[in-house]
Design a protein around this ligand. Structure first.
Ligand SMILES: *Cc1c(COP(=O)(O)O)cnc(C)c1O
Length: 460
């Protein structure tokens, strides 16, 4: 049943229409991503290998490539209702400002107190930890969005949380830290002297600003050495993409209600969770031969894992204590320049997205940060939402594609993911506005140095 002729500015599904299941894209993939390997044996990881690190139920989800739909537990559905469905917004003003025939839609995930899509997976992971009777969780956070979302979820289910926050973000974003502390999280700048990995890294380079890979090592070490604790991760993993499928499922249903289907789907890609979630049900159509939307992953030119990385087995962390994953990677030793889109500074990419990209189901582009902020400011003025720098990567590419439509006269339907708001990123906006922002792009030599340190087996 159609609701109205004219598409409203903001479209919401009803509570009853909200997804009751998550969609596992692997169930429909023709070829599976290569399995994660135990670094000690180089054999595919087993549930027993992962049990000391992750919650049992999440391990099951991680390793399950055949169950197509996972029921969303009732308590998580209830929590989702606090801030979901998220709106699907028709960017009428942006379209008008560009004078493009393209129809632009965006799914806005910044409408909750954590300010990003990360709460979708945080609440699920904390729920399973609580169910298992764990006594606490550890994690890392880069820009702070994941730590914030997880702190909120942990406060809701009353579970203690220790967050290793990349040191340069800890210093640049003190208010992010305060938000996490408001929700009772213990926040430690990484690298720190609370772990062996942290101490080793500090000894090597006492002034390092840290990296996500390093913070991951510390959080994992802390979890496996503290009884009753487990580690949780906010992106990259299969389970996180599974939970984030709620974004795509809602988007697809909303577009169906409006009699629309996207020709083009665009999202920013850090570890790949928001993009993986947004595109999941559309990729299903692609895999089943029902439709063939173009899909574009957008990454920063300063951390170009898909566009310039290697498709190889690599560690998920700098300290080399995690399993090996086959993914597009810049090498776990790669330390990206202090780009302002902290959430996109990860050296690797979700193995699922890496495989889809490798097999030609998805394209990727890398964009420079000054162009990203130009798009962010333009978007903010017309749509009145101040986007997160990460999200603005998708905006940049959506604008570029809409401008191409203007040239060609094609009225394409574009859907992009607006993952969050940028109110804690005003230092970055300041740098852009006063002209001090620079575009750092790693040279081939920089990349080769990190590739040279890839694990042996990825070089065969
Ligand atoms: C973390 C984050 C991202 C990137 O993470 P993905 O796992 O690639 O989705 C993008 N946007 C925002 C606002 C974020 O917080």
């Amino acid at each position: 049943m159609k609701r109205s002729k004219k598409v409203p500015y903001r479209f919401y599904l009803s509570e009853e229409e909200m997804p009751k299941v998550w969609y596992n894209i692997r169930a429909d993939m023709k070829e599976q991503p290569d399995p994660m390997l135990n670094p000690a044996t180089l054999q595919p990881v087993t549930a027993e290998d992962l049990a000391p690190v992750f919650c049992e139920e999440l391990v099951k989800q991680e390793l399950d490539s055949t169950t197509r739909y996972f029921e969303i537990p009732a308590e998580i559905q209830e929590f989702y209702k606090i801030y979901r469905p998220s709106p699907l917004i028709r960017a009428y003003n942006l379209e008008k400002a560009m004078d493009t025939p393209a129809k632009i839609y965006y799914k806005f995930e910044g409408n909750n107190t954590s300010g990003s899509h990360k709460l979708n997976s945080a609440i699920a992971q904390v729920y399973y930890a609580k169910e298992q009777g764990l006594t606490g969780l550890t994690t890392e956070t880069g820009a702070g969005q994941w730590g914030t979302a997880l702190a909120e979820a942990c406060a809701y289910f009353k579970l203690p949380l220790t967050v290793y926050m990349v040191k340069c973000s800890y210093e640049q974003k003190p208010f992010r830290r305060s938000v996490m502390q408001t929700f009772d999280a213990e926040v430690i700048p990484s690298p720190s002297s609370t772990t062996k990995t942290g101490c080793a890294i500090l000894e090597d380079d006492p002034d390092t600003g840290g990296s996500l890979g390093c913070a991951i090592s510390e959080a994992v070490e802390k979890a496996v050495t503290t009884p009753g604790y487990r580690y949780v991760l906010g992106s990259v993993l299969n389970q996180v993409l599974l939970h984030q499928s709620v974004i795509g499922l809602e988007s697809k249903k909303a577009l169906e209600s409006l009699d629309e289907y996207p020709d083009l789907i665009i999202g920013c890609a850090g570890g790949g969770s928001n993009l993986g979630g947004l595109i999941a049900p559309f990729v299903q159509d692609k895999l089943l031969g029902k439709a063939s939307p173009r899909i574009i992953a957008v990454e920063p030119a300063s951390c170009p894992s898909l566009t310039r990385g290697r498709y190889a087995y690599d560690f998920c962390d700098t300290g080399k204590i995690t399993p090996l994953a086959r993914m597009y990677t810049l090498g776990c030793q790669f330390v990206p320049s202090p780009n302002h889109a902290g959430g996109l500074r990860y050296h690797g990419m979700s193995p699922i997205l890496s495989k889809l990209y490798h097999d030609g189901y998805m394209e990727a582009v890398a964009v420079e940060q000054t162009k990203v902020f130009e798009a962010a400011v333009f978007f903010a003025k017309h749509e009145t939402i101040l986007p997160a720098p990460e999200s603005a990567h998708a905006i940049r590419t959506a604008i570029d594609e809409a401008l191409k439509c203007k040239e060609s006269g094609e009225a394409k339907t574009i859907l992009f993911g607006l993952t969050g708001t940028g109110y804690f990123d005003m230092t970055a906006y300041d740098a852009y506005l006063n002209g001090t922002m620079t575009d750092y792009i790693p040279s081939d030599e920089d990349l080769e140095k990190a590739f040279a340190k890839l694990p042996e087996l990825s070089r065969v």
